[in-house]
Ligand binder design. Structure first.
Ligand code: NAD
Length: 475
């Protein structure tokens, strides 16, 4: 099996104590690669390398154009290595190859290009004051950024964090999820090939608690922590960050809701709702796992939705025709299986789907579930959709907002007034109207309540990854 090391100070290295772990392919359920297992000593090395690259190296000083050139070169290399990177994520977590290759890899390249250009073209403010003074703003790099990533979109979400951090002149220590380590090592190798100086992008592998993740978030020499993962982990990381008063950005869990009004274009609503819950086998923070359908079209929508779910191709994620692969790990499969096995005891009806072979769960549609059941309230992170009828607009808004999460919502209507009115009323960081997952990288991205703290994207990433400074001049 191939070995994937940490990347620290420009070198790919083993752990100080030689520890390693297997990464498991969830379709074959066999190990497919060996990975360095980092601990506190490895994190200390990586943070020291990032600190020295920040304090003494060329990266924060080379300017936006030169840094941007390197980030664009990295984007080119990511595109050239699309097959290798896509296969790494697919083998690590079972994502269908068509999704890794056609969505995640191009989007990772786009993240690097976008943030390189955004930083270069960004402008500050000048405030002429009544006193005759002028105040202007500067956005200075924050320092060493710790980035902790989840396993559901490994390459894509890592690039979403490290691209803006790097573009603004910071240095980075990335701790990928233990289930999906390989694409991070490949990306760090490519960054060196693109001309990124040693110590600017470091990768340390390992677990969370009592491992590399904890050591990194508790490290006293880190200046920013950007985390994507579960809400419970977010609480632990926020507590760790508070010990050193380190600003933290938390992109956490969700329980996305779709509202389908009777006046919606039903073909469009079915198509997007299917994608919203079944893409990546429902292992998406934004997954539309609660569907609220106005009663006049409920039966029609349900039968079309069930047919579309049944038509999905499940199986080997390396087959380009597969739309749903296995869940990412045995632990995660057991968690989701627990929800499948309790559909009826919680009061719901299974309309289609259920358990498949190995760690696969088929596209599953549930109705008649009481609104206080676990299936309606907890983030399942699997291909389970609960469909519930509603009568009035006010009732639909109340149902969507009755959640501890507030990451996103989708609504389907042909009524322009209703689209704006309901968008404003929903508790969510993003509302999609008649679509899903369409992203402008300048827009704020993040959630309300248990879905997180802060926003990333465009200027929101700039504000997090820099120290904004006011300079006041008497002229
Ligand atoms: P997780 O919280 O279990 O792990 C995420 C990362 O945190 C991993 O790298 C893990 O090793 C690390 N970690 C775990 N415990 C830690 C600790 N005590 N200290 C430091 N690091 C620690 O999440 P996951 O299961 O990998 O990812 C799925 C979750 O991520 C879901 O809840 C999903 O909704 C969320 N998510 C959110 C977004 C978003 O943008 N809001 C995007 C994708 C995923």
């Amino acid at each position: 099996m191939d070995f994937y090391g940490h990347v620290i100070d420009g070198e790919e290295v083993a752990s100080l104590d030689g520890a390693r772990f297997d990464t498991i392919d969830p379709f074959t359920r066999q190990p497919w690669a060996l990975v360095a297992l980092g601990g506190k000593g490895d994190v200390d090395r990586a943070v020291a390398a990032a600190r020295s690259a920040f304090d003494e190296g060329p990266w924060p000083r080379m300017g936006f154009v030169e840094r941007g050139r390197i980030l664009h070169r990295l984007a080119d290399l990511i595109e050239q290595h699309a097959d290798e990177l896509a296969l790494a994520d697919t083998r690590d977590m079972g994502k269908p190859i068509a999704q890794s290759k056609d969505n995640d890899v191009p989007r990772a390249a786009r993240n690097f290009r976008f943030f390189a250009d955004h930083a270069r073209l960004s402008t500050g403010e000048v405030m002429p004051m009544d006193t005759g003074h002028h105040t202007y703003t500067r956005f200075e790099p924050a320092g060493v950024v710790a980035a902790i990533a989840p396993w559901n979109f490994p390459l894509m979400l890592e690039s979403w964090k490290i691209a803006p951090a790097l573009a603004w002149g910071n240095t980075v220590v990335l701790k990928p999820a233990e289930d999906t380590p390989v694409s991070a090592t490949i990306t760090a190798r490519l960054a060196l090939e693109a001309g990124m100086p040693p110590g600017v992008l470091n990768v340390v592998h390992g677990y969370g608690p009592r491992s590399a993740g904890q050591a990194l978030t508790e490290h006293p020499d880190v200046d920013r922590i950007t985390f994507t993962g579960e809400s419970g982990t977010g609480r632990i990381i926020a507590a760790a960050a508070s010990a050193h008063l380190v600003p933290v950005s938390l992109e956490l869990g969700g329980k996305g809701a779709n509202v389908i009004f009777a006046d919606a274009d039903l073909d469009n609503a079915v198509e997007w709702s299917i994608r919203a819950i079944f893409t990546n086998a429902g292992q998406v923070c934004l997954a539309g796992s609660r569907l609220y359908v106005q009663r006049a079209v409920y039966d029609d929508f349900l039968s079309r939705f069930v047919d579309a779910a049944d038509a999905m191709v499940t199986g080997d994620p390396r087959d380009p025709h597969t739309q749903i692969g296995p869940l990412a790990s045995e632990e995660h499969y057991r968690k989701v299986r627990g929800y499948v096995e309790t559909i009826e005891s919680e009061g719901g009806k299974l309309r289609t789907g259920g358990l498949g072979d190995g760690w696969l769960v088929r596209p599953t549609v549930i109705t008649d579930m009481p609104s206080d059941a676990r299936h309606c309230r907890e983030e399942i992170f699997g291909p389970l959709a609960v469909i519930t009828p509603f009568d009035t607009e006010g009732e639909a808004v109340a149902l969507v907002n009755d959640s501890s999460y507030g990451l996103n919502a989708m609504l389907f209507t042909e009524n322009l007034h209703r689209a704006h009115r309901v968008s404003a009323a929903l508790k969510a960081g993003t509302v999609w109207v008649n679509c899903f997952f369409v992203r402008d990288l300048r827009a704020p991205f993040g959630g309300v309540g248990d879905s997180g703290i802060g926003r990333e994207g465009g200027n929101f990433s700039r504000e997090f990854f820099t120290e904004p400074k006011a300079v006041v001049m008497q002229i």
